[in-house]
Design a protein around this ligand. Sequence first.
Ligand SMILES: Cc1cc2nc3c(=O)[nH]c(=O)nc-3n(C[C@H](O)[C@H](O)[C@H](O)COP(=O)(O)OP(=O)(O)OC[C@H]3O[C@@H](n4cnc5c(N)ncnc54)[C@H](O)[C@@H]3O)c2cc1C
Length: 463
Amino acid sequence: MGIVVDPSARFTTTASVVVIGAGGAGAIAALAARSAGADVLVLDRDAAPSGATACSSGMVPAAGTAEQKSRGIADSPQRFSDDIQAKANGSADASLVEALTGASASVLEWLTKQYGIRFELVEGVAPGHSLSRMHALADRGGATLLSSLYSALAKQGVRLEPSADVTDLVVDDAQRIIGVRYKRSGKVESVGCATLILACNGFAGNSQLVAQYLPDVRGLPFAGHEGSQGDALAWGTELGARLADIDGFLAHGAVVLSQRLPLPWSLMTEGAVQVNRDGERFVNEHEGYSESALFVLAQPHATAFMIYDERVHEIGLTMPNYATAVSSGVIKRESLLRDLAEQLGVRREGLEATIALVNALAFDDASDEFGREFRATQMLLGPYYGVPVTCALLGTEGGLAIDGSGRVLRQDGSPFPNLLAAGGAARGVSGDAGGGYLEGNGLLTAIVGGYIAGSTAAAAIAE
Ligand SMILES: Cc1cc2nc3c(=O)[nH]c(=O)nc-3n(C[C@H](O)[C@H](O)[C@H](O)COP(=O)(O)OP(=O)(O)OC[C@H]3O[C@@H](n4cnc5c(N)ncnc54)[C@H](O)[C@@H]3O)c2cc1C
């Protein structure tokens, strides 16, 4: 696997735009390029492509949408950018943040108008966002989002080749990508192209690369998509691309590991707390799910327990991952805390003391030692619910440096002639440290970034 310099290479077939990866970034990049008239081929190594996108909540953040305006929510790309930078400590790439936030509303509206893929504004304010801006399809869930994009691709006549494992990029002497080689059913096939879009996600599923680039999180189990093997990183490195924000990652501190199921963090913002086996809290659960992972990792056996009540449970039932967890039987319910503690194997006195303190703080609308603010409307009252969870790595946020048009950059900052990247294959907007991930950054870079890359590809061909 690598870069093959062969200006006179011949290919089995051709397409003006080739996209590697049929997750969210690849699907929408293909749709955007096709809508602008390009002939597009999407290759994915899986027999039934799904990517990390299908594992996600399918909630895309966007600023200034008609849905927000109709509810009187005055959002703007600038406000969205400020939230992203506040979380990333100002270290996210400003031009990329501007490009993604600026296009976010128009991309969702384009999907609605052109393809009937209709987004609703999700109730509530996600941690780190200053107002409601998460948008999702009525059915919720990343799998639904992806299948809607696939339906649109099929209607547009875009070719999507599954079981196509891309191994080599073929370049000419000027580092122009002239085609790719891939393995399919044991045979080597190839396709020539005018532009290539890398949409094959990051390297979270490759333990060697995680140990090399992200030593602090190598203790986290991986619960993302196995396809995230770092192929874009490997090709880019061999070509001399610049890597950026390589220390950034997406993790989660409330995962039902047996099912690779991250529980919705909105349970926390609605009042749930997290305790360890001693029944003691150890973190401000409102900081965000990614950074909470390392706190969970530090607990005995990297295990924590989410504790909440009927009100929070009812809210959870509207979200696909939570409903899945309920039907699998991992969620415990008891009228009394002492019985819940016994069921979960948590120290009873510790749990009772913790919930008593939480309710006292909530009664006074006060903050705790970790900086979490409690509210009287969120007191935890029986019957109680609990679920054992652990922490996991879901994705990487660093990758190939790109400009605001999705063009991959060389070490000196100049763009490669016809190489684009989007989604997890490229650097994200979470900056260069672990705590910089703002909820929705993953799908923002995949969906909006994919659209931008696809549009750039089509425009380059039209020139
Ligand atoms: C469990 C989970 C929950 C998440 N929840 C959220 C969330 O709530 N909100 C959010 O914003 N983000 C979330 N994320 C992150 C988000 O899902 C990703 O950032 C985003 O989906 C990445 O999209 P992508 O298209 O870049 O990659 P993917 O969707 O992973 O697609 C990449 C595709 O490339 C293919 N591929 C890789 N290498 C090759 C190759 N050599 N040849 C051919 N094909 C190849 C893979 O098979 C895969 O299908 C979550 C991630 C996980 C794992």
